[in-house]
Design a protein around this ligand. Sequence first.
Ligand code: NAG
Length: 644
Amino acid sequence: MKLKFLSSIFFALFFCCFALERKVSEASLTVGGQHAELPPRGWNSYDSFSWTISEEEFLQNAEVVSKRLLSSGYQYVVVDYLWFRRRVKGAWADSLGFDVIDEWGRMVPDPERWPSSRGGKGFTEVAKKVHDMGLKFGIHVMRGISTQAVNANTPILNPVKGVAYEESGRVWRAQDIGRREKACAWMKNGFMSVDTNLGAGRAFLRSLYEQYAQWGVDFVKNDCVFGSDFDINEITEVSKVLTELNRPILYSLSPGTGVTLDMAKAVNSLVNLYRLTGDDWDTWGDVASHFDVSRDFASAGMIGAGGLQGKSWPDLDMLPLGWLTDPASNEGPHRSCRLSLDEQKTQMTLWSMAKSPLIYGGDLRKLDETTSSIITNPTLLEINYYSSNNMEFSLINSNNHLKADDLVITRKYGKVKKRSLLYRYILHLTSCEDRSAKGWVSQVVESELDRVCWRWSLGTNKRLLCMDKRKPLLTSDQEMVYKQQYLGKHHLLALDSREFCLDASPKQKLTSQELKGSSFSRCKWDANQMWEFNVNGTLMNSYSRLCATVRAVKGATGSCGVRSWIATGRTGEIYLAFFNLNAATTTISAKISDLDRVLPGRKLKKGSCRCTEVWSAKDYGPVADVISFNVAVHGCALFVLKCA
Ligand SMILES: *[C@@H]1O[C@H](CO)[C@@H](O)[C@H](O)[C@H]1NC(C)=O
C-alpha cells in the first residue's frame, strides 16, 4: 500500500493566538480548598526507568521538569513502582524477598538506590529537594501488604499510639490481615489485599499513609486496586485516611484494565485520578484503544466529576514519548519512542480533548525540541485545562470505504455472518445489578455436564461464547482451605481446551480485557477463576464480586475508523479534532452547520467561522460550510474555530 503523509511532516512550532494567562503555580494545586481543580500534569519514572530509577536520576529529571516544563503546568514528579526493591541479581518485577521493609512491615526506599533515605528518613530528603524546585512529589504504592511482610509476620503499628497494635488482648500481625487468596493479579508474588474489616487491617493502611504524609508526599498512585483488581474496601479506607491527614495528597488509581462506568462511579468521589485502561505504551494499538473508552466516560459526564476533596479525572495514562525503556524491564532508558510523529500528535490531541491528566513518561535528560514542543503546545494545554463540552463528535464523513482485509473477525466463539463482520466481542466486568450483565444461559449438555453461554441477542436461540461449567477440582491440602469459601462456585472451561478456565484477571496489564485467549488461563484454584451462575442470568466472579457481560463493539480498534472530538473554549471558540485511525491517508470532513447540533445554546451560520489548524499552524480564514482535511495515517487535525 502506498502511504502518503499529507499533513505536516515538518513540525512547526505553533504559538497559539490566544493570550493565555496561566498562573502555573496555582494551576493543579488545591484551589480554594479544592483538590485537583484541573487535570494534574507532571512526570512519572515508569516509562523510562521501569522500577530501576535511582535518587540521582530522579532528581535530574525533576530538575528538567522545574526548568523546562513547570511553566507549562507540569508540576508533579512521581517515582513509580518498587522503589523499595533492592536492585540485585534475581530481583525483578514479580520476585519475592528482595524488598526493604521496616519492623512494621512497611516499605522503605532501597538505601542503595535512594541514599538519602538512610537512617529511617524515607523520602523526606527527596521530597524536600523536589519542593525546593517548586514541584510536588509523588510515589507509587501497591495494594495492601507485601508477601514479604506476611511471610515475616511483622507486627502491625498502631499509628495513633506509636506501638504495636493490640486488640482483644493480643498483638496483631501481618498474617492476621493479609489475604493470600487476594494477591495482586499482575504481581502475584509481591502484594495482597488486607482485610479492612479488621481493626488491624485498617490500622496497617493508616500506618502507611501517615508515613507518606510525614515524608512530604503530595501524590499517591495506588496500584492493583482498580479495574480487574478492584478492591473497593482498600480504596474507601485509603480515601478516608487521606481526608483525615493534614497534608493534601492527590489520590490516583492504576491501572484500569477492564474498567466499567459502574466501577468508576463507585470510586470517583473517593479519588482524584483513575485510569481507564491497562498500561499505555508506544504502540499504535495502545493509542487507538483509548478512543472508545474516553468517549464513553466523556459522554457519561465523568470528566472533572466530583472527587476526593475536589474533582476527579479519567486518566488515559502517561505519554510514552522520547527516551524510554520497556514494560516491566530491569533496565533503564535505552531506546526511542516507536510512535510516528503523527501518532504522537494524535495521542497528545486525544489526551487534551479528553482532559486527561498529562504525565510525561520519557527520560527528560534527553528531552528533544520536537517532543518538548508537542507536550507544551499552548493550544493543546489550553484545551486540556479549560475547555468544556468535551465529547466525541459523530457527524463526520470520510472517503474511506471498508475493505475486506480491514476487518477484524471474531470467529472463534461462534459463526459470524458476513453482515456482522464489523462487530467484535469484548468481555467486561460490571456491577451484578447492571441489567446488561443478564445474558448468560445455562444448558444441560450431558447428564453431568452443564454449559453456560452468552445469549447472542434477546429472543434468539443463538449462543456465543459457550463454556463448560465444572466444580473446581481440589488437588492439595492447602486448597482445602478454600473449599467452604467457594461452595457452589464453578470453573468455566474453554471448549477447545479443558485445561483453560475463564479468568477475570489478566496476568499482565493488558489494555482491554477482550474475549480472546487472554481471558482464559490454566485452570487453578484462584478466586479470579471462580464463577457463580445466578438464575437471573448473571455470572459473578468471586474475586471482584462483579458480573461478566459481553458487549458487541462496532468496528475494530485501529481499523476502518475515523473519529472526531469537539469542545468549546473559554472565549467561545470551538475546538474540532479529526483523527484518522486508518493505515491510509483519509479525507475527513464535517459541516459547520452540524456543530451546533451538539453544542448547547450555539447557532452557527454558514460562513460565520474562521478556522486555523493547530499542528500545521495554518490559517484557513473564513470557511463556507464544510471543513475537509486529508489526515495522515494515524494522524490528526485540530481546528480552532472562531465564529461570529
Ligand atoms: C441477579 O441475582 C443476583 C443474585 O441474587 C443479584 O445479586 C443481582 O443483583 C441480580 N441482578 C440483576 C440484574 O437482576
